[in-house]
Design a binder for this molecule. Sequence first.
Ligand code: SAM
Length: 270
Amino acid sequence: MIDPQDYNEFSRFLSECCGLVLGSNRQYLVSSRLSRLLSEFSFASVEELLRALRSPTQTKLKSRVIDAMTTNETSWFRDTYPFEMLHHIILPQLAATKRSLRIWSAAASTGQEPYSIAMVLNEYASTNPLKAPSANIIATDLSESALAEARSGLYDGLSIVRGLSQERRNRFFTTVANGHQIKPEIQRQVRFQKLNLLDSYAALGKFDIVFCRNVLIYFSAETKRQVFDGIARQMESGGYFFIGASESAGPYTKAFEVERTPRGSVLRRI
Ligand SMILES: C[S@@+](CC[C@H](N)C(=O)[O-])C[C@H]1O[C@@H](n2cnc3c(N)ncnc32)[C@H](O)[C@@H]1O
């Protein structure tokens, strides 16, 4: 079990480097997530790991600890309604005035979210060949292992079935010896980039549509405020913003208003 002082120091480290708030009594979670890493790096305890993390040269170790502690849970077309709204409400509306769109999947994990967006764009273009705008999708995450999997576009038998219909699997993937490889026309629409949501996003430019789902729940109220403000600055007026189904923006920002539609709700940049 972790010493209470080490637990507090480790919690502080996580919150400062990536915003994750552990809360109290999560010693078991920390021990179980770090156990493999401790033996791989031959640390006898979390105290020894913390000592190594204090050294500014340990960027690789720091990144491995973040990989171990972040929750990368995701699935294809997660929650369904954002993708239905994208196809049936948002793309028709934006296509009336724009020829090209910029879309950001923040906290994209292993790629299912941005690739699902790319599939919707492809499906919309097939049924609306003259109207469909072109689109650039930028997908960011802090976890290097999640980004590596996302960039590879290769998914195993377990992850491919989570949320993906047989029809979409046939259309957008090729079955290869070690899994299912996303087709190049979908893969090349998405550019993956490492980005910590605690840092500045100014270099990313402005977006018409942003997805930042199921990550804000792990942050403190102050970090949520900062992230909402930072994302708001990177959005075009009237732009569409999806947060997770269990998340809300109201207590943290006045930059968005909720638009309710029969298919679900989305935030609009004021
Ligand atoms: C639960 S996944 C959500 C994936 C996807 N958005 C979805 O809803 O299915 C949360 C992701 O947030 C990432 N994350 C956690 N803290 C972050 C930070 N400070 N900056 C960027 N990404 C972060 C994790 O690496 C993880 O991949």
